[in-house]
Design a protein around this ligand. Structure first.
Ligand code: 13P
Length: 259
């Protein structure tokens, strides 16, 4: 039996009102289904910063995370949000999303500092890694994953590394409608687990999510893979109906593995 994290990254979508409406509707849907196994399935959303406080506490079943933050506690960093500002507001922080790496020149050095700051302040970091299409076609997928993990998790103790959630998001699958096949995803996840085993001493403890064009239609096959502990959903997490089908699929898989 395994548990799941079903996470939605809203990116730069949804006003405060839209965020409140989404959380309220999703909570009703999860509640309407009877007992929701929230001890085994974590439902998590990453709204924009402006919506984090307004949605806080709206649902006992839905956790929230920030899409990014800066690693300093405070200072002259115009436009940035610090871990202190997020304390008691969110449980998770997304770090190193490929859009931040590519569009906002986020370096592995900064990502490593953010991971350490997140751990110091008691957040669970969700570290995003993944290769470009060119890297995949050149047979460099594993080398790229290994390099990112080495740089981003540099200097962490085994105990710290064990608290991190990894999101494997191949860049060629993000927002393209072209998801990695379940087998491609499984292969990458098994490789990531092997590296994390070396870092933590425990292969089971690290949770690894797949992200990249996850939809209701492909979620069952993706979630069925051995080394996939959940999904990080972009576009399909913006609609309550689509996102809740993905959650229902995880419940179905969980029930079938219990039986
Ligand atoms: P899509 O599901 O829209 O491909 O986005 C994936 C993603 O970037 C999640 O962080």
């Amino acid at each position: 039996m395994k548990d799941y994290i079903i996470a939605g990254n809203w990116k730069m979508f949804k006003t405060v009102e839209e965020s409140i409406s989404f959380i309220t509707q999703l909570d009703e849907k999860l509640g309407a289904a009877g007992h929701f196994p929230d001890d085994l399935i974590e439902v998590l959303v990453f709204p924009p910063f402006t919506s984090l406080y307004p949605v806080k506490g709206l649902s006992p079943r839905i956790k929230t995370g920030a899409q990014d933050f800066y690693f300093e506690d405070q200072g002259a960093y115009t436009g940035e949000i610090s871990p202190l500002m997020l304390k008691n507001v969110v449980d998770y922080v997304l770090i190193g999303h490929s859009e931040r790496r590519q569009l906002f020149h986020e370096s592995d050095e900064n990502i490593n500092k953010k991971i350490k700051a997140a751990l110091v302040h008691g957040f669970i970091p969700v570290l995003c890694i993944g290769e470009t299409l060119e890297e995949r076609e050149a047979g460099k997928t594993f080398a790229r994953i290994e390099e990112q993990l080495a740089k981003d998790l540099c200097g962490l103790t085994p105990g710290e590394a064990a608290r991190i959630v990894i999101a494997y998001e191949p860049i060629w699958a993000i927002g393209t409608g072209r998801n990695a096949s379940p087998e491609q995803a499984q292969e990458a996840h098994a490789f990531i687990r092997k590296i994390l085993h070396e870092k933590t001493g425990n292969p089971e403890i690290v949770r690894i999510l797949y992200g990249g064009s996850v939809k209701p239609e492909n979620s069952l096959a993706i979630l069925s893979q051995n080394d996939i502990n959940g999904v990080l959903v972009g576009g399909a997490s913006l609609k309550v109906d689509a996102f809740s089908v993905i959650i229902e699929n995880s419940v179905q898989l969980l029930n079938s593995s219990i039986r």
